[in-house]
Design a protein around this ligand. Structure first.
Ligand SMILES: [Zn+2]
Ligand SMILES: [Zn+2]
Length: 371
């Protein structure tokens, strides 16, 4: 708990988890793991605890980064870094994994091995991919990958679990338009992208409203738009629209992305503008495997925990999808209370009482998968 408060007080943004990484390394070294990998995909750390018999390697993953959000809460361990705070509960996830290290120090797994992975840069969607492509990751290539995320809106300590897609895929689309600038008194002498920017915003927003009116997750959300610069003297020559796309399968994502891009290209063409489209911030669907879900379900059952089964995949994305794309595994949720503030809101704080519950469920899952 004390360590969670220390992490909370010292948050670091994605890709800059320097002191977070150093303190985890200090802490985990005391538990004498059999194998310790550092600077994994950035400032990531993996600690492996081996059993005496051969068996599967189970990787438990937590995330290390905080968010560019100013903390508004008056708590004794409030963030010491202005404009940065742990508002996604990753401080809690890290503390849970350290709790597991303490247990594995006393009782090694019966067989196989357990890898505790502290992964950087989850919020930007870059960390998981970087860890996987890091050559050091070959040393700890897992047979199963498991992660949890704390989830407000569900009873405290409940386990949120689902077969198949657990969270959605998302992709950022950037549409850059270029025409020719001209004097603001002679817009007819140039080609301004202003109208095209407005038409693209309208077209994308209409699609979004359509899906909301049908009760489903918006497929596209305009997140940024701009044309020219802040001046009265020039009719602009360039513009830009950025949008976030969401889908519950990879195929659906490709279809939505294709039609959105086509729409932007047609609008650009009709307005005699050049159009360049790029894709960023890719998060694949987090796909849960049957065997991993069954192990989590029995583990929760053994502990007498309430299991909540969502009907549809969550609309948000998790870069853990990069792991489940490659290895069988699952992401599950642990409820932080029906009245808890939303993740990423300035009032959010990971509930300390979930640290012990998180450790217990993971230990139980390890037993299920190894026996
Ligand atoms: Zn987050
Ligand atoms: Zn998160």
């Amino acid at each position: 708990m004390e360590f969670r408060h220390w992490l909370h007080r010292n948050p670091e943004l994605s890709g800059r988890e320097y002191s977070t990484s150093a303190s985890i390394l200090d802490y985990i070294s005391e538990y004498e793991p059999d194998n310790l990998v550092t600077d994994l995909g950035g400032k990531g750390i993996a600690a492996e605890f081996e059993g005496s018999q051969p068996g599967p390697r189970i990787l438990l993953r937590c995330d290390m980064d905080a968010l560019p959000i100013n903390e508004k809460m008056d708590i004794p361990y409030r963030s010491a870094i202005h404009g940065v705070s742990h508002k996604c509960g990753h401080d809690g996830h890290m503390t849970i994994l350290l709790g597991i290290a303490a247990r594995l120090y006393q009782h090694r797994p019966t067989r196989g091995s357990v890898v505790l992975l502290f992964q950087p840069a989850e919020e930007t969607g870059e960390g998981a991919r970087r860890v996987i492509i890091d050559s050091k990751f070959r040393e700890i290539e897992p047979d199963f990958v498991i992660a949890l995320h704390n989830l407000p809106g569900f009873p405290l300590g409940s386990i949120i679990l689902k077969d198949g897609a657990f969270s959605s895929a998302s992709r950022g689309i950037k549409v850059e338009l270029s025409g020719t600038s001209s004097h603001a008194s002679e817009p007819q002498k140039g080609t301004s992208p202003a109208l095209a920017v407005a038409q693209i915003i309208k077209a994308f927003t209409r699609l979004s409203q359509l899906s909301i009116s049908k009760g489903s997750t918006p497929m596209v959300t305009v997140t940024h738009a701009r044309t020219g610069s802040q001046t009265f003297g020039t009719s602009p020559g360039e513009g830009c629209v950025m949008a976030a796309l969401r889908a519950s399968t990879t195929e659906e994502m490709d279809i939505i992305s294709g039609s959105i891009e086509k729409m932007a290209e047609v609008i650009a063409q009709t307005n005699k503008l050049e159009c360049r489209i790029s894709r960023t911030d890719e998060f694949p669907v987090t796909e849960n495997s049957g065997k991993a879900v069954a192990a989590i379900r029995s583990a929760a059952g053994n502990l007498g925990l309430l299991i909540v089964k969502p009907d549809a995949p969550f609309p948000w994305s998790e870069d853990f999808g990069h792991f489940t794309k490659k290895y069988p595994g699952a992401l599950f949720g642990i409820g932080t209370g029906t009245d808890a503030p939303a993740l990423h809101s300035p009032e959010y704080d990971f509930p300390d009482e979930l640290i012990a519950s998180g450790v217990d469920i993971f230990i139980e899952i390890i037993d299920e998968l190894l026996n």
